[in-house]
Design a binder for this molecule. Structure first.
Ligand SMILES: [Zn+2]
Ligand SMILES: [Zn+2]
Length: 90
């Protein structure tokens, strides 16, 4: 059940946010849903569209790790929306 919900959320995000593209490079492969603010701080942020961004995990680009987490999974980039170039151009 949880998995189904998670997949559904991800599908919503991939479909409506950035038209299924990485918010940073515009790539369409290995997309992950990144939370701008970690939702464990505030659970209502988990499905808030303004808190979600699609970022890819392509080996050569690693937009999710590099842009979303500043190269360290323990960090969170609070400026991810202004750092991601593909978003600015839409
Ligand atoms: Zn993330
Ligand atoms: Zn990317």
């Amino acid at each position: 059940m949880l998995c189904w919900l998670d997949n559904n959320k991800i599908n919503i995000c991939l479909t409506y946010l950035y038209r299924g593209k990485s918010g940073n490079c515009g790539g369409t492969k290995n997309l992950e849903v990144h939370h701008v603010k970690p939702f464990h701080i505030d659970p209502t942020l988990e499905l808030d569209p303004t808190n979600l961004i699609t970022l890819c995990e392509e080996m050569s680009k690693e937009c999710h790790l590099k842009k979303g987490h500043l190269g360290n999974w323990k960090k969170v980039n609070e400026n991810v929306l202004s750092d991601c170039v593909a978003i600015k151009s839409t």
